[in-house]
Design a protein around this ligand. Structure first.
Ligand code: ATP
Length: 237
């Protein structure tokens, strides 16, 4: 399998706080990789470093065989890597349809934007029903679907989702996870940050647990589900 994303020895600091201390992580084509770990372990910083929002001190980020460690956020999106940040950040005064159109800001060809918006409506029929409604009037789960849908309009080859299940009821979490599986089956690799390790390891192929800025445990989702330390720390009894 080809490597989509390859992070090696990544170090990021915010002033004196060392958020990443030598992170190694790979995502291969057609994979869903769950990135797990407690608050402050460095998960959000990892994806922000990949998308060019924070600058690493050391280490490299390679995407599709090219070094993107110092590339601009814009050019990283253009290469097919899209980040859905924690907290959704949709435009509450714009309609669902307008929010989706904005997802195509790096896409030059407007017919492909329209085609991808149609694909989002097929994936999330709820969004089609609400296409003229303002984003801010949607429920939490619908806003998460809109944030994911908007990212899909950029035509990503890798989508990085930061805590998509946050604050959602279990039934809605399951719907969001089903959508992630559909997106992956249609050919997009997924890096899935989750506090909800149980939900993430149900859909992921592999998982990486982060502790203090690096990966402490990695394995297939089945291996992690059976690892006594992972069970105790992240999956509960
Ligand atoms: P969470 O789930 O809480 O977001 P996380 O695993 O994603 O946790 P990060 O948000 O990447 O962890 O944070 C890693 C470390 O960097 C933490 O110690 C955090 O306090 C610190 N940190 C994150 N962002 C900043 C910032 N903008 N300025 C200073 N310190 C930061």
């Amino acid at each position: 399998m080809n490597t989509v994303l390859d992070i090696k020895g990544l170090q990021v600091a915010y002033g004196k706080v060392e958020a990443l201390r030598g992170l190694d992580l790979t995502v291969r084509e057609n994979e869903i990789v769950a990135l797990l770990g407690n608050n402050g372990a460095g998960k959000s910083t990892s994806v922000s470093a990949v998308s060019g929002l924070v600058r690493p001190r050391a280490g490299t980020v390679t995407a599709f065989g090219e070094d993107i460690t110092r590339a601009t956020p814009w050019s990283i999106v253009e290469r097919g890597i899209v980040h859905v940040p924690e907290g959704r950040r949709i435009f509450s005064r714009l309609t669902v349809h307008e929010n989706l159109q904005l997802g195509g800001y790096t896409v030059r060809d407007s017919t492909s934007i329209d085609k991808r918006i149609d694909q989002v409506y097929a994936l999330f029929p709820r969004m089609a029903e609400r296409r003229d409604q303002q984003g801010g009037t949607l429920s939490g789960g619908e806003q998460q679907m809109l944030a994911i849908g908007r990212a899909m309009v950029a035509g990503p080859r890798l989508i990085m989702l930061d805590e998509p299940s946050m604050g959602l009821a279990p039934l809605i979490v399951a719907q969001v996870m089903d959508a992630i599986v559909s997106i992956n089956r249609a050919g997009t690799a997924v890096l899935l940050i989750e506090q909800n390790a149980r939900a993430a390891l149900k859909v992921a192929h592999r998982g990486c647990v982060m502790e203090s800025g690096r990966v402490s445990v990695t394995g297939s989702a089945a291996e992690l589900r059976a690892d006594p330390q992972v069970v105790e720390a992240y999956l509960g009894a």
